[in-house]
Design a protein. Structure first.
Length: 134
């Protein structure tokens, strides 16, 4: 298996509900290493850059508004097959459809307020991490 990096962002709802430690510990328990960690608030401009892949979609403004509504925690994780494994661990985007045992299934409350974002590809990881960490 290839070691790779991926990005997760504990969204404002997850941070407000004090779930950051529980969420990060799941990844550490799985064997992922935290390579970088940042607590911050998205500006509208940074949020638009971050979600630029969804710019033409009807829910773009809602995504931007929500991610910039409060404090988030961004984390670069490293481990075997990180991108796919993390996506499995977080579960379906819609929390109501996410399986029990996944982060969204256990902690998410809806479609937008689903407590976590994770990069879906190597290309997304590069783009998204540059928005946050540079």
């Amino acid at each position: 298996m290839a070691t790779e990096k991926t990005l997760i962002v504990v969204k404002p709802d997850g941070f407000k509900r004090c779930l950051t430690g529980k969420i990060l510990s799941r990844f550490e328990d799985k064997g992922f290493k935290i390579k970088d960690l940042k607590l911050f608030n998205f500006t509208q401009q940074k949020a638009e850059q971050f979600y630029s892949a969804h710019k033409a979609k009807s829910f773009f403004n809602e995504l931007v508004s929500f991610i910039s509504s409060g404090t988030v925690v961004a984390c670069i994780l490293e481990g075997n097959n990180a991108i796919n494994t993390v996506r499995i661990m977080i579960g379906s985007t819609n929390s109501f459809e996410a399986a029990a045992g996944t982060i969204r299934g256990d902690f998410g409350l809806g479609l937008t307020d689903n407590v976590i974002h994770a990069s879906d590809s190597s290309e997304s990881f590069i783009k998204e991490s540059q928005v946050i960490f540079s």
